[in-house]
Design a protein around this ligand. Structure first.
Ligand code: WTA
Length: 632
């Protein structure tokens, strides 16, 4: 199933469009099924109702673990690199990983978990996180991993939305020189989570934690009570595999649902192709398993292909800006898959951190999460790849399950800042505001996908209507991505950014409405409006316009109070970079905030505000501009 020439890509692409069922049916043969499907695909984008590999039975962990045991049992599956470089790294072979997953799966059962139950995972980037994820899949429980940067309230909302029965966490996490008290955060969250019966706590930093009798148990104790034999649960191809919450243009994050069969095929197929993975190579994806990139390209994709994957606990700048390069040298990394924000941040340290580092093992580079600017692309290409490693700029989303538009390493000619061409099976289309297709090349529009692919979301948990409204109602019979896109003269795609009210801050998706709701919860705040603005390292920064007539002490202190509120309500990742106190917001006569104007002000482009005649009170704009100029 690996594509090795551009000719083959073109042939496969053609086949995948002309006969998608035959194409994906053949790809799926490369995986292990307990029972084959009777129908490859049935679909309807209006409902939406999408089924892949109907009737087939499988367990994804048999594909990620068991099937490698005989030939590759002693091959490293995961190489764990701890936050502290002085500490030893840990290698888990496929045999060891299989054993630990089975053992922990028995721990889950012992604590009452069974097929279909939802389990929340809130953990540091340690091997036990991957083990917890796979153990859920082993017994057919649905995991909902929450990124370690989210607050207690965010966790509680997510746990309650999917009625999780169990939580898996750790006492704490290391992130650079910081320590994050994960269990404390979970304790706060669980005050408002009546469905949670058990909480399994891994010892990692050995910080004091409260352990509630009857609810909380230690990971290390539990594994002593069970053996490591656990038959995998037989799952239907369309049974739920996991839920992953993501932000949209409305306030509440939604639980994107992925199912077992299609997701497995898509994650595995895209992994092996996009990165041109070769047996024995070491692959390093710097994402966190709390996001979709970690799900698909640290856990399921690489493991389903028997790959060796580096799992890194820390951050690129700890203990210094050489850390990534030290890891590359130490583990002889062949593929490095990271985010533009990390590249830009490391670029800013200059060449010194690269001095004397041996990066000669690198063969393929990857980028994900946000548009990569040309400067970062060239730096990555020259300084890290030495002009020899193809860069795969991979465009995709939590909802797509896997990479959609991307070069195929060593196959597709790359072009700086372009995600280039759709992978086989992916049928992108650009539409105008009215949903009319924009044909030809040298055009731009809103990016939609017109045909299903196996890795696509099936629903949003507990609210199918919301899934329909968000993705399938904007344009008839199309999946709407929320991204703007251009297609150049060569037919190459370049993603230009979100066209809805979703921000992309350091590759993290954050809804403006979500941040506004959090700010509005602060006592004293009357109203707020949040927009993004270009930020050198983060890609986008968060700019909040806030009406708060009564300051508590100095304005600067009140700003800090507001930041604290946002940290409590969402998490530190959603903290505005700039807060501007204003007396009014630019609104239309019907009361709608004109964000277009606020975006211009946030960008510092106040000379081109466009038409302001429909504003209820144009004077407000003058006042905001004056105040914004005084803001540092
Ligand atoms: C953006 C991350 C440009 C895009 C896998 C998308 C990108 C959102 C790229 C999804 C890319 C992701 N070039 N933009 N290569 N990759 N995006 O759900 O706006 O966290 O809609 O999934 O990130 O973010 P999510």
């Amino acid at each position: 199933m690996q594509i090795t020439s551009f000719n083959q890509y073109e042939e496969d692409y053609k086949k995948s469009i002309e006969n998608p069922e035959q194409f994906w049916g053949e790809v799926a043969q490369n995986f292990q099924w307990r029972k084959p499907w009777f129908k490859v695909l049935s679909w309807n984008f209006n409902e939406p109702d999408i089924k892949w590999f109907e009737g087939a039975k499988l367990n994804i962990t048999e594909n990620c673990l068991d099937r490698h045991l005989e030939k590759n049992g002693d091959k490293p599956a995961i190489i764990w690199e701890p936050n502290n470089p002085e500490e030893e790294s840990v290698t888990l072979t496929y045999k060891m990983l299989h054993e630990r997953v089975c053992r922990f799966a028995n721990v889950l059962k012992r604590n009452g978990a069974k097929k279909g139950d939802r389990i929340c995972i809130y953990m540091p980037m340690v091997p036990e996180l991957a083990i917890a994820v796979l153990a859920c899949a082993r017994i057919g429980a649905v995991h909902s991993v929450i990124f370690g940067g989210f607050s207690a309230k965010s966790i509680a909302d997510r746990i309650n939305d999917s009625q999780c029965k169990l939580v898996i966490t750790a006492d704490g996490a290391y992130r650079g020189n910081k320590q994050i008290p994960l269990k404390d955060v979970i304790d706060d969250a669980l005050i408002g989570c009546p469905t949670v019966e058990k909480c399994i706590v891994l010892t990692h930093v050995r910080t004091p934690v409260s352990m509630l009798k009857g609810r909380d148990v230690w990971w290390e104790d539990e594994v002593k009570h069970v053996n490591d034999i656990c038959e995998a649960e037989e799952m239907d191809a369309e049974d739920m595999l996991f839920i992953l919450y993501t932000s949209g243009s409305t306030g509440k994050p939604k639980g994107v649902v992925h199912t077992c069969g299609g997701y497995m095929v898509y994650a595995g197929y895209t992994f092996t192709n996009v990165f041109n993975y070769q047996p024995g190579e070491v692959y390093f994806c710097t994402a966190d398993i709390g996001w979709i990139t970690g799900h698909s390209y640290i856990v399921y994709g690489p493991l389903s292909q028997g790959a060796t994957s580096v799992l890194f606990e820390g951050i690129p700048t700890y203990p210094n800006a050489s850390r990534f390069w030290d890891i590359v040298e130490k583990h002889k990394v062949n593929t490095l898959y990271t985010a533009p924000t990390a590249i830009r941040s490391l670029m800013s340290f200059g060449e010194e951190p690269l001095q004397g580092k041996d990066l000669s093992s690198i063969r393929v580079l990857g980028s994900v999460g946000e548009p990569i600017n040309e400067e970062a692309w060239h730096w990555f290409d020259e300084k890290i790849g030495h002009g020899k490693a193809p860069i795969v700029d991979t465009w995709w989303q939590t909802e797509t399950g896997g990479i959609m538009i991307s070069p195929i390493a060593t196959v597709t000619p790359t072009k700086p800042s372009y995600a280039t061409l759709p992978l086989p099976g992916i049928q992108p289309i650009l539409v105008d505001e009215n949903g009319k297709e924009i044909e030809g090349n040298g055009v731009s529009g809103n990016l939609c996908i017109k045909f299903p692919w196996p890795g696509m979301l099936r629903t949003t948990y507990g609210d199918h209507e919301r899934c329909k409204q968000t993705y399938f109602s904007t344009y008839e019979n199309l999946y709407f991505t929320g991204d703007g896109c251009l297609r150049d003269e060569d037919g190459y795609y370049r993603i230009t950014g979100r066209v809805d009210d979703v921000l992309n801050v350091s590759g993290h998706r954050i809804g403006t409405a979500e941040v506004e709701n959090a700010i509005n919860m602060h006592a004293g705040v009357v109203e707020s409006a949040v927009v993004g603005y270009p930020h050198d390292v983060k890609g986008q920064g968060i700019y909040a316009f806030v009406i708060n007539p009564e300051m508590h002490g100095e304005a600067e202190l009140t700003k800090k109070d507001i930041l604290q509120t946002v940290t409590r309500v969402i998490g530190a990742i959603a903290k505005p970079d700039k807060i501007l106190f204003v007396f009014g917001l630019p609104k239309t006569r019907s009361g709608k905030i004109m964000r277009r104007i606020l975006r211009k002000i946030a960008e510092g482009d106040t000379a081109n505000l466009g038409d302001t005649s429909t504003l209820l009170d144009p004077g407000v704009v003058e006042e905001i501009i004056a105040a914004s100029k005084a803001l540092k």
